[in-house]
Write a protein that binds this ligand. Structure first.
Ligand code: ZN
Length: 323
C-alpha cells in the first residue's frame, strides 16, 4: 500500500478519437451541454486539433478530450480498451436526458439499473459509447456545471461517473488498481467488477472492470478511447507515483508538459493506456475563465508555428453561450 503522501482521488480526463471536429463540438457542447474549455492542437501532432470539454472551469474529473483526425476510419470497440465513458447527473435527471437525446436524434438504449443507479446508454456521432448515470454521489459544488450552457443547471452533467475498462482477463488490472493505485473493490454484478478511488472526495472516482474473455479485440480509430487519465494533486505527488509505478516494473514515460497539466503514461497489464495527470495548473493558465475555449491556444513552444498550424487545421464554428 502507498502512503498518504500521494493520492489518486479519481479520474482526471478521458481522451478519444473523433473523425470530425465540428460534429464533435456540436455534440458535446450543443447536445450534452459541456463547455469547450480549450481549443488547441495535439502537442505530439500539431497539425490536428485537441479539443477539451469540461465543466465551467474544466476541473479534473470533468474533462473529456478528443484528438481530431479528419476522416479517420472508425475504430473497433473491444478489449483491451475503455469501452464506455459515463457522465454523472443528479438523481432524477435521467428522464430529462432520455427525452433530450431522443429529441436531438440520438438513439438511446433502455434505462437499466446497475449498482442501484439508473444508467442511460447512447453513442456519440463517431460511435463512441457513452452513458449518463443518475448518481447518488453527485456532490455540489464539485462538478459545478457550465451555467451559461444549454442545459438547466439542475439536470446538467457534473463530470465523469466512471469508465468501463474491458479486459480479456481482469485480475492483473484489478491488482494494479487495488494494490498500487489505492482503489477499493466495491462489488460485482455479473462480469463487472467495480473499483473506487480509496482517497479523496468520491468525485469521478469509479472504474468498472468488465471481464470479456470471448470478445473481439478492439482497434484504435474514430469513436475509440485512446487513454484514460487519473488525477493527482501536484508535481511532487506525480513524481512519487512515477517512482512507485516504475518500481513495480511498469514501463512509464517521463513527465510530459501538456500545458494545462503534467502527464506520465504507462500501459496497464491488460493493455489499456493509463495516464496520471496533475490537477495543476489547469485551463485558466493561458486565458481568462470567461474566455475559455473561444480561440485556438498554443503552448509557447508551438506559438512560432501558429500561421502554419492555422492553415493545417480545418476551420470550426465554436459554440456560443446560451442564446
Ligand atoms: Zn491524456
Amino acid at each position: 500500500m502507498t502512503s498518504n503522501e500521494k493520492t489518486i482521488p479519481g479520474l482526471h480526463h478521458v481522451t478519444a478519437i473523433t473523425a470530425d471536429a465540428q460534429k464533435n463540438i456540436d455534440f458535446y457542447c450543443g447536445v450534452l451541454g459541456l463547455r469547450l474549455v480549450k481549443l488547441t492542437v495535439n502537442f505530439d501532432d500539431p497539425g490536428s486539433y485537441h479539443l477539451y470539454y469540461g465543466n465551467e472551469l474544466g476541473r479534473p474529473g470533468t474533462i473529456m478530450t478528443f484528438f481530431a483526425w479528419p476522416g479517420a476510419y472508425r475504430g473497433r470497440i473491444g478489449p483491451p480498451q475503455v469501452t464506455v465513458t459515463a457522465f454523472a447527473v443528479p438523481m432524477g435527471a435521467i428522464d430529462y436526458w432520455s427525452k433530450r437525446l431522443k429529441e436531438k436524434g440520438v438513439e438511446v438504449q433502455a434505462v437499466v439499473e446497475r449498482f442501484g443507479e439508473r444508467v442511460l446508454g447512447f453513442t456519440d456521432p463517431d460511435g463512441m459509447r457513452l452513458e449518463i448515470v443518475s448518481s447518488v454521489e453527485v456532490v455540489e459544488p464539485k462538478g459545478q456545471p457550465w451555467a451559461a450552457g444549454p442545459i438547466p443547471v439542475e439536470q446538467a452533467i457534473r463530470g465523469f461517473h466512471s469508465v468501463t475498462v474491458s479486459e480479456e482477463g481482469y485480475e492483473n488490472t484489478a491488482k494494479l488498481l487495488a494494490e498500487v493505485m489505492d482503489f477499493k473493490f466495491i462489488g460485482s454484478e455479473q462480469n463487472r467488477f467495480r473499483y473506487r478511488a480509496g482517497t479523496g472526495d468520491g468525485f469521478a472516482s469509479t472504474v468498472d472492470l468488465l471481464c470479456v474473455p470471448d470478445a473481439h479485440h478492439g482497434g484504435m480509430g474514430a469513436g475509440v478511447v485512446h487513454h484514460v487519465a487519473f488525477r493527482t494533486k501536484d508535481d511532487a505527488q506525480q513524481k512519487a507515483w512515477h517512482k512507485e509505478i516504475a518500481g513495480k516494473g511498469f514501463n512509464i514515460s517521463p513527465v510530459m508538459d501538456r500545458a494545462y497539466f503534467h502527464s506520465i503514461y504507462y500501459r496497464e497489464p491488460g493493455g489499456v493506456l493509463f495516464e496520471i495527470a496533475t490537477s495543476n495548473p489547469g485551463f485558466a493558465v493561458d486565458e481568462p475563465v470567461e474566455k475559455l475555449g473561444t480561440k485556438l491556444m498554443l503552448p509557447p513552444w508551438l506559438e512560432r508555428d501558429r500561421a502554419a498550424i492555422e492553415r493545417a487545421v480545418p476551420p470550426v464554428r465554436l459554440p456560443t453561450s446560451r442564446a
